[in-house]
Design a protein around this ligand. Structure first.
Ligand SMILES: [Zn+2]
Length: 284
């Protein structure tokens, strides 16, 4: 599932390709449920003639800024990705939306699982989307103090808290597991119990995991592509995620998979103990 680094790469690649392009029309739509708002008719009508002014990201949402105050947003969910077709190409069965530009190019929304969604938002809708999400972990205001107050004001297990988009935006299963491994903190620890050193380690580790993902072009487990159709390579650099039985790169113990809040979670039980203040009881 695309997370912050992957959606950021989609935004960057789309920015190079389609800023300044003019939308001719929505020329294909075979899955109307992907349009959350407005109505399908309004979606088609309002997009016609719009110019793409900018491309950005908020949490795991892709934001395509149009003229007249509209923003076209996409959430890729499990398997969605977007490509720009330079030539006239017919959509295959996994393409559910095609937007044609006046220069003849086409935007394809591919989605094997059909969980991806789009919204065409006015400024009020865009503000609501923004306010529904928490702090951006790569922005300057995500400081150690900011993370500390987010953790200490909650009595939550760490991993579900990291995945909660209303608290910190953009982190999913991959980067939560990688960040907790870097920080040497167990995913079932209670957020308010972390000491100052652990909070600082977690802050540094969240950024490190996301930055590594960004510098490797994102992670492609199955479907993720940027808008040029290129896969990421970060999956070749995972330390724990999807590496069950492989040795921990830090200590050599086998990586284990546990379930936390119904999510498969990858840890090194030797580096990430549940009770670090009392190692003896944790290992007996
Ligand atoms: Zn280890």
């Amino acid at each position: 599932m695309p997370e912050l680094p992957e959606v950021e790469h989609v935004a960057r690649s789309l920015h190079k390709q389609i800023v300044g392009a003019h939308i001719a029309a929505v020329t294909y739509l075979d899955w109307e449920r992907m349009i959350e708002t407005p109505s399908v008719d309004q979606f088609r009508k309002l997009l016609q003639g719009r110019t793409i002014q900018n491309i950005g990201r908020r949490a795991k949402w892709l934001l395509i800024t149009l003229d007249e105050g509209w923003t076209l947003t996409f959430h890729l969910r499990m398997s969605g990705y977007i490509t720009i077709q330079d030539t006239i190409a017919p959509p295959d069965k996994y393409v559910h939306l095609v937007i044609e530009f006046t220069d003849g190019r086409q935007l394809f929304f591919h989605d094997i699982r059909k969980f991806g969604r789009t919204r065409l938002l006015d400024p009020v809708g865009l503000r609501e989307l923004d306010q529904a999400h928490g702090i951006e972990p790569l922005e300057d205001d995500f400081t150690v103090d900011a993370l500390s107050s987010l953790l200490r004001n909650r009595q939550a297990r760490l991993k579900p808290l990291l995945l909660d988009q209303t608290v910190i935006a953009g982190i999913g299963n991959i980067y939560a597991d990688e960040a907790l491994w870097h920080a040497q903190i167990h995913p079932l620890r209670t957020s308010s119990d972390l000491n100052d050193d652990e909070v600082a380690r977690l802050h540094n580790s969240i950024r490190k995991a996301l930055q590594t993902g960004l510098s490797n072009g994102g992670s492609t487990l199955r479907n993720y592509r940027n808008s040029y159709g290129e896969q990421g390579t970060n999956q070749d650099h995972f330390h724990v995620y999807a590496r069950i039985t492989h040795p921990c790169p830090r200590c050599g113990h086998s990586i284990e998979r546990i379930t936390v809040g119904q999510r498969g979670t990858h840890i090194c039980a030797h580096c990430q103990t549940l009770n670090p203040q009392n190692e003896r009881s944790a290992t007996t």
